[in-house]
Design a protein around this ligand. Structure first.
Ligand SMILES: [Zn+2]
Length: 492
């Protein structure tokens, strides 16, 4: 009903006189054709398909045009178009048209509101689990596809804006490399970290690891496509915009330019452009012991990759591990079964699960993330005689687990509940790093209860490596903040 009233409102705009009849007939006939291939062939209509249609030859096209297709086209397209020609469309005054459109749009808005209130959970998970739906919706699927195809053809290669062109790093006077291991979490929310006060022991593996937990950190966005580029950008959450970020360098580019070895190890579905200009390794998606299922391996696959990368570090280095973390809705696939919290929700239709079981499943994924972080810290410890090393863990955004009937994530930041925005952050430093950066772990702990955000990451990474640049803001660098504490000055 929402779609019918929305489409009716939009089509009302063009419906008038002979032009309207011609346009609507065209929409009817093309829609019938598209629907036929969608219903009978499972064809998803996107811009690649448009290119394929344009590129196909007559023989290929003829193979697709069978009698059933023509019959379907006649019944669902030509016949309704014929009726439209027979009846015609009455022309109406602009005021009348506007009134009709407003009524239709209001109907759509009211219906949308009712649906959101009564079944947001079902809608959110359905659209999440069935991303193909938008390629199945006629006629917007082929409007979008044609638009996407035309736009793709005229896209200009954008110039990459330099960030911190004046960035300099003091030459390494120490005899050891300085190494930052940055673990980018996925869909981990602070609310379920026992280190931050959650009553269930989800961070047991990290209890003795000696890290400092930051309990009030907010994310830039509520989805990966926003948060990931934003975390590494100098723009900051307020000025952030995905296309703006794509057109400029990020902190990894700046580091690389100052001579830091940068490498991105990915066990997620890619880095959203952040690692475009730095060496990248995509983790295997199958055949690693028994930790891979359905085209993905559990996050512990990152540990040996980190070990291997660390063993060949020569100079100062930044190694990013991008986790699969708690990526939903199939939380039960994010850890080796059974997990400590039972019973669990073993389906991707999470709105059908009991909330308790859903939270158990999510908590199991956090427990497993804790183990992976702990193992990365173990690897770092084992190398601490050869390098000064720190491990930083920071999640990209949180998650809703049915609170107020909201699931998953991705609500606009202003509307997003705190569960989607509050993210966990943990910092571990080797003894050598604490001395070298002049910041004992206890000092870091003394500032860990303050409010931070993804905005702090860009400046903290620069600060960690001692990079000087006009773009660097020490007031956002957690190492600089820690060092400026009066209590810490006395300690050191
Ligand atoms: Zn994410």
């Amino acid at each position: 009903m929402v779609l019918i009233s929305s489409f009716a409102a939009l089509l009302r705009l063009v419906a008038g006189g002979t032009t309207g009849v011609v346009l609507l007939s065209l929409v009817l006939i093309v829609s019938a054709g598209v629907s036929h291939y969608l219903d009978n062939w499972g064809v998803l209509f996107d811009k690649n398909l448009v290119r394929n249609i344009i590129d196909s030859d007559v023989r290929e096209a003829r193979e697709l045009l069978a009698w059933p297709a023509l019959l379907d086209l006649t019944l669902r397209g030509v016949l309704p178009a014929g009726v439209l020609w027979f009846l015609g469309i009455r022309s109406s005054r602009p005021a009348q048209t506007a009134l009709q459109m407003t009524a239709l749009l209001a109907t759509a808005a009211i219906l949308t509101g009712i649906l959101l209130v009564t079944s947001y959970g079902t809608l959110a998970t359905t659209f999440r689990n069935h991303r193909e739906l938008r390629f199945q919706l006629v006629p917007t699927n082929y409007f979008n596809a044609i638009y996407g195809h035309l736009k793709g053809g005229t896209e200009m290669p954008s110039m990459l804006a330099r960030v911190a062109p004046d960035a300099r790093r003091p030459s390494n006077a120490a005899d050891k490399p300085l190494v930052l291991i940055l673990i980018v979490g996925e869909t981990a929310r602070a609310a379920n970290f026992s280190l931050g006060g959650y009553p269930r022991d989800t961070n047991g593996a990290l209890a003795g690891a000696g890290g400092v937990y930051f309990s009030k950190v907010s994310s830039c966005g509520s989805d990966t496509a926003t948060s990931l580029p934003c975390m590494f950008s100098d723009l900051g959450a307020d000025a952030f915009d995905v296309s703006k970020a794509q057109a400029r360098e990020n902190v990894l580019d700046v580091l690389q330019r100052t001579g830091v070895e940068v490498e991105w190890l990915d066990n997620n579905s890619g880095c959203k452009g952040v690692c475009s200009r730095v060496p990248t390794q995509q983790m295997p998606t199958s055949d690693v012991g028994d930790i891979c299922h359905d085209g993905a391996c559990l996050d512990e696959v990152l540990v040996p990759a980190l070990e291997k990368r660390l063993s060949i570090v020569k100079g100062d280095a930044a190694i990013v591990l991008h986790q699969m973390g708690s990526h939903g809705p199939s939380y039960y696939r994010r850890y080796p079964a059974p997990g400590p919290f039972q019973p669990t929700c073993e389906t991707n239709r999470i709105q059908n699960c009991d909330v308790g079981a859903l939270v158990n499943t999510y908590d199991n994924s956090i427990d497993y993330t804790s183990k992976t972080i702990a193992r990365a810290i173990e690897v770092a410890k084992s190398q601490a005689s050869r390098m000064d090393v720190a491990v930083v863990y920071l999640s990209d955004h949180g998650e809703s687990l049915g609170e107020r009937n909201i699931y998953l994530h991705g609500l606009p930041r202003l509307l997003a509940p705190s569960e989607q925005i509050r993210v966990p952050m943990l910092v571990w430093q080797s003894q050598g790093t604490q001395r070298r950066l002049n910041l004992p772990q206890g000092c870091l702990a003394s500032i860990s209860g303050r409010s931070y955000s993804h905005d702090n990451l860009f400046h903290s990474i620069l600060g960690f490596f001692g990079v000087t640049a006009a773009a660097y803001r020490p007031e956002l660098d957690i190492w600089a903040i820690g060092r400026s504490e009066s209590a810490c000055e006395e300690n050191t």
